[in-house]
Design a binder for this molecule. Sequence first.
Ligand code: ADP
Length: 701
Amino acid sequence: MPNSADARRRVIAVYLTQGTVGLLLMLAITWRHPGEALAVVQRLGPDAPVLMGILAVFAAALQLLKFELTNVIYISLGMMAYMAMVPLLGTVLASWMIAGVAIATRLLAMHDIGPVKLGMTDAPSEYAKVFGLFSTYGIPAVVAGSLYAALGGELPVMHATPASAAKIAAASVALIVTNSVVMFRPQRAYGYSLSRITKLDIIDMSIYLVTVPFVVVIALSYAMIGWGAVLALAFTGIVANFVARKLAVTRSRSQQQLTRIASLTNVGKTISLRFATDELLMAIYTECKKTVDCTLFTIALLDEQTSELSFELDVREGTFLPKERIPLGDGLNSWVVQHHQPLLIHSTADEQRIGVKAVADSKPTESWLGVPMIARDRVIGVISVESFKKNAFTEDDLLLLTAIANQAGVAIESQRLYKDLEGLTYALEQRVLERTNELRETNLRLLAADRSKNQFLANMSHELRTPLNSIIGFSSVLLENAREALAPRMYKFLENIRTAGNHLLELINDILDLSKIEAGKMELRADEFDLRDTIAAVERVMKGFAAEANVRITANIDANVPRVRLDEGRLKQILFNLLSNAVKFSPKGGPVTIGVTALPRERSPIGVDSIRIDVRDEGIGIAPDELQRIFDEFYQTEQGRRARRGGTGLGLSLTRNFVELHHGRIDVQSSPGNGSTFSLVLPVDYEATAAPRPILHAASV
Ligand code: ADP
C-alpha cells in the first residue's frame, strides 16, 4: 500500500485514467472490428466454447497461483495463457477475456477466496487497481492482437508453419513489452525508483520471454492436433507453475525461519546489553520488526500497584505515540494479562467469536496478536502487533513473539531487580556512612574522655605522691630516731603507717604506669647491660622481704647468656613483680629460683636471638581456669585471696605489658599445690626486633 495519503491519491488517479484509456481502447477495437469475434467463433465451430473454456481456466489457474518469486517480486504466469489467446481468439475476444480473467481473479483474491489472499485494506484503492487492469492487460492485448493482424497472422491459427510461429512469437513479445510499459506509471505513483522499475521489468520480462516458445507450441498444437493438445499443454503449464510456486513458498518459508532463528539468537544478546528501559523496549521493537509485521506495535508494562497497563511503546505506521496508561479491564492486552496466555485474532469476526472486545480504535484493525511477557511466573507486560489485514499473523509469528517476550520479560525483570539493588546499595552506603560518622564522633569523645582520664590520673597521683612521700619519709625518720621515745604500741602503729604508705605508693605508681601504657605513652629506654648485674641488684633489694618470709632465692644464669639491650628499669620492675609473687605465695622455707638461658633465634618462639628467664616457686599454684585471667588488671585468684597476702592485682598486668613492649612474650605453667613457673622470652636487642607476633599469655600444665 502507498504509505502516504498523497501517494494513495496518485495511485488511484493513475489506475482510473489508465483503466479508462484501456477500456476505451478495447471498446474502440471492438467497434472497429465488429465481425471479428463472430468470425473467429464461426471458424472454430463446435470447438469454440471448449477452447475458450480451456484458455480461460488455464489463465485463471495461473493467475490465482501467483507466487512470491523473491521477497520483492510476486509473479503470475497468467501471461502465458494470455499470449496463447491472441492468435487463437483474435484481438477483440482475447482482450475482453484477458481483462475479464484478470479482473475476476483479482476480485477473488480481494475477498480472500483462493490461494492468494489480499484482503481489503483500502477498498477505494483496491477497486481503482481492479479498474486499472483494463489498461494493464487490455492495452497489451489490443497491441499484441493488432500486431498479429498487421503481420497477416491467421485467425485462428490453423497452419503450423514457421511463419505463423514467428508471428505468434512477435505478438507475444509485444504483449510482454506493452505490459511493462503500461505498468510504468502506477509503479512511479507508488514511488518506485527508476532503477528499481528497470530491475523489476528485466526480471519480469525475461521470465515471460522464456515462456514464449511454450506459448507458440500451445497455439500451434491446436492447429496440428486440436483442443486436446491445448488442454494437455495447459495442464502441464499449470502443474509446472504449481510446482514452481510450491518451491518458492518453501524457500521463502525456510528463509523466513532462518531469519527468525537468527533474530531470536540475536534478540537475547541485544536485549541483555540495554541498560535503560526505553532503550531496551526500542531494541525489542527493532528485533520484532525484522520478522513480524510490526506496522502497529505496542509494549505495555503492568503496574501491579495501580492495576494499570502502561503503554511504554506504541508505534502506529512508523509514528511513535506518547506513553499512555489504561486501567486493566477491557481490551485484548488486559485479556492476555488476565489469562497469562497469548492471543491470536485473525479477523474481527474471530474477535467476536472469542468474545474479547478491542478498545475502540480510530481505524479498525482485523488481525491482532499479543503475547505476555513473563518473569518469575508473573505476567509483567504484553507485546502486541496489529494489522488492518485479515489473517496477518500466523502460529509461527506467535511462537516467535513468545520467544522474544520471554527474553524481554527476563531482561526487564533483571533491570528492575538491578535498580532495586542499586537503591538498596545506596541506602546501605548511606547507613554505613552515618554509622561511620557516629563512630568517629564517639571515638573523638572517647579520646577526649581518655585524655582527661589520663590527665586526671597524672594529676591525682602527683597530688597523692607528695603527701605520701612526706608520710613515708616522716614515719621512717621517726621509726629510726624515736624508737625509745615511743611506746611499743605507738611504734607498731607507726610501722603500719609506713607499710600502708609504701603499699599506697606502689599502687599509685602501678596505676600511673598502666595508664601511660594505655595511652601509648610508655616509652622504653634501650640500655645495654649484663643481666647478671641486674639480677644481683634485684636479689639485693628482695633480700629483706625474702628473709622475712623465710624464702631463699637462688639464681642460675647460663654462662653463654650475652649482654642485652633492654630497658633495665622496666626489666627490674618485671623481676620484682614475679619474684615478690613467688615469695608471697611460697610456703615458709620454700625455694624460689631464677633461671636464665640464651635462646638462639631458631629455637626462640619470637624468632630472634633471645634470652629466657624462668621464675619458679613451689607455692600454692594457680587453678587451670584462672591461668588465662591472672594477667588481667586487678585480677586475683581465689586461692591467692584466701592466702591473704595482700597485693593489688596490677603486677602481672604491668609485667605482661612491659614484656610485650619489648616484643617478647610471657607464659605461665602452674597447677594448684605444685608451684608456678613464669617464663619470659625477651629479645637480646629489643630495638632490632620487629613488631610482636600474637602472644599466648598462658599455658596450663
Ligand atoms: P598481686 O600479686 O598484687 O595480687 P599480680 O597481678 O602480681 O597482683 O598477681 C595477680 C594474682 O595472680 C595474684 O593475686 C595471685 O592470685 C596470682 N599469682 C601471681 N603469682 C602467683 C604465684 N607465683 N603463685 C600463685 N599465684 C600467683
